[in-house]
Design a protein around this ligand. Structure first.
Ligand code: AMP
Length: 398
């Protein structure tokens, strides 16, 4: 049996998952959160054929290195045994690969320095990823560690798609361009869609909507990303949980001059006080749709903005692709909200998109078709599995 440990590290937390790669099944997963706070929180879930068991504990964890020690204790105490299921490699999610990294990459000292160097353009994410890598390397010193980059799938964007129309010397000097994110998910979902439909991915034009707390849309031609909604950072594009998505950049200049907002305040406004939350005071799509359906006008107006932006991008990607075979919904909202899917695709019959209302309402954890049999475009719900994709890519290089 071959196992891979997948790590997704944030600044004060990390998620882990141990995956057995022959059957591609999860053996255990967990979350260590509030690292550095007075009381950190650890969840360890042991997954088996008979169901899963979850263990929780609260204790002080000062840093990521201590967090990994606690994770190893949880494996020792609750299983599965890491002697029996010894991972052959550790796969790390790394948010930003810049222009340099577009393949899963074995982490050497030089690679780690290069990932750190990209903190200049990904200050929120890459330093946290590096913290996780360094701590994991101490806990697992004898096996390869591999970085899998969120930006990698979008390396195929053509220059016309990734270039911002600003002074090109300024752009080059500061590495300003569209990079795109959620790549691991967009790759997994577009490949799963082709597999599910028993079609060669090379023949398919797809639009993938990753709608979670963060949200992005990608146009995929023949398995390659050709346009995507997130940009230089994961702020551009769709309306998200707390992020604005697209906005006229002159608004920032205006707010700076007229409302005296500092750069940090503007950053906070756009990343944490905007999106669905900024519009409605609600962060969770379940609450937003419930409120909207119960007649709350503010919630309805926020949902309208959310759906309007989805349609705007869908239309753009139809024209960029010329022909669309598949629209695939994924992530928390995309997989679970029949209402958002229905509203996003309402009125597109003239473009060959016909959703079957009953299929759309059906709940399932499996990949499924929600379009009508006579719809030209096949609409799918595809549960994403970023951890499995990271594990697959990790195994492909070790
Ligand atoms: P993710 O970032 O992929 O974990 O997605 C998180 C988002 O999924 C949250 O904003 C939730 O509102 C949304 N979500 C989860 N379950 C549902 C559901 N049943 N209906 C609507 N939204 C959901």
């Amino acid at each position: 049996m071959t196992a891979v440990l997948v790590i997704n590290s944030g600044s004060s937390s990390f998620k882990y998952q141990l995956i057995e790669m022959d059957a591609e099944t999860t053996l255990a997963r967990g979350l260590v959160e509030r690292i550095g706070a007075d009381e950190s929180h650890v969840t360890h879930e042991v997954v088996s054929q008979n169901g899963s068991e979850e263990y929780e504990q609260a204790r002080s964890i000062r840093n990521h290195t201590e967090g990994f020690a606690v994770m190893l204790d949880a494996f020792r105490e609750h299983g599965p045994s890491l002697d029996e299921h010894a991972p052959v490699a550790v796969g790390h999610r790394v948010v930003h690969g810049g222009k340099r990294f577009f393949e899963p990459t074995i982490i050497t000292d030089l690679v780690r320095i290069n990932i750190e160097d990209l903190a200049e353009i990904a200050p929120l994410h890459n330093p946290a990823n590096v913290q996780g890598i360094e701590a994991a390397q101490k806990s697992f010193p004898d096996i390869p560690h591999v970085a899998v980059f969120d930006t990698a799938f979008h390396q195929t964007l053509p220059p016309a798609a990734y270039t911002y129309a600003i002074d090109k010397d300024v752009a080059e000097k500061h590495r300003i361009r569209k990079y795109g994110f959620h790549g691991t998910s967009h790759k997994f979902v577009s490949e799963e869609a082709a597999r599910f439909l028993e079609r060669d991915i090379a023949d398919l034009n797809q639009i993938v909507l990753h709608l979670g707390n963060g949200a992005s849309m990608t146009a995929v031609r023949g398995g390659e990303s050709v346009e995507t909604s997130m940009g230089f950072t994961p702020l551009e594009g769709l309306v998200m949980g707390t992020r604005s998505g697209d906005i006229d950049p002159a608004v920032l200049v205006h707010l700076h001059h007229k409302a005296n907002l500092s750069v940090d305040e503007l950053d906070d406004l756009l990343n944490r006080q905007s999106g669905i939350y900024g519009l409605s005071g609600l962060k969770d799509m379940r609450d937003l749709t419930d409120e909207a359906n119960e007649g709350n006008d503010t919630a309805r107006a926020a949902l309208d903005v959310y759906v309007h932006r989805l349609k705007q991008y869908l239309g753009g990607y139809f024209f960029q692709l010329g022909r669309v075979d598949v629209i695939a919904f994924t992530a928390g909202i995309g997989e679970n909200s029949a209402q958002v899917r229905a509203e996003a695709l309402a009125g597109l019959e003239n473009f060959g998109v016909k959703v079957d209302a009953a299929r759309n309402e059906q709940r399932s954890h499996d990949t499924r078709v929600i379009s009508a049999d006579d719809s030209d475009v096949t609409v799918l719900v595809v549960p994403t599995n970023e951890e499995l994709e990271i594990a697959r890519q990790t195994l492909s290089v070790v």
